[in-house]
Design a protein. Structure first.
Length: 95
């Protein structure tokens, strides 16, 4: 069973590279935010897989939950900042 968790973690790490590409080379700010959010979600899952490998799930679940909450708040704050200052989307002409 350890092999399954190990290979799942490696596959998840490869998927994180795809999200990293979107976060770095995204054509818009919104694409970059989605890429960063996806990396954070996959990192939380990877932390739980590491807990399963080391048989300390209770400790790693707490760390993963704290990291997921921090990631969620950070992405919301960044989205709000870019919406107010830089513009996440193009607004049409105002009437």
């Amino acid at each position: 069973m350890q092999q399954v968790f190990l290979y799942s973690g490696l596959f998840l790490s490869l998927l994180m590279l795809v999200s990293l590409y979107r976060a770095v080379f995204g054509p818009t700010v919104l694409d970059r935010l989605v890429g960063v959010n996806a990396i954070g979600s996959k990192t939380s899952t990877l932390l739980i897989l590491i807990g399963l490998i080391y048989q300390r799930v209770d400790m790693f679940v707490d760390i993963a939950l704290a990291y997921a909450m921090l990631n969620f708040i950070a992405v919301l704050a960044a989205a709000r900042y870019f919406q107010k200052q830089k513009g996440l989307y193009d607004e049409g002409p105002k009437k």
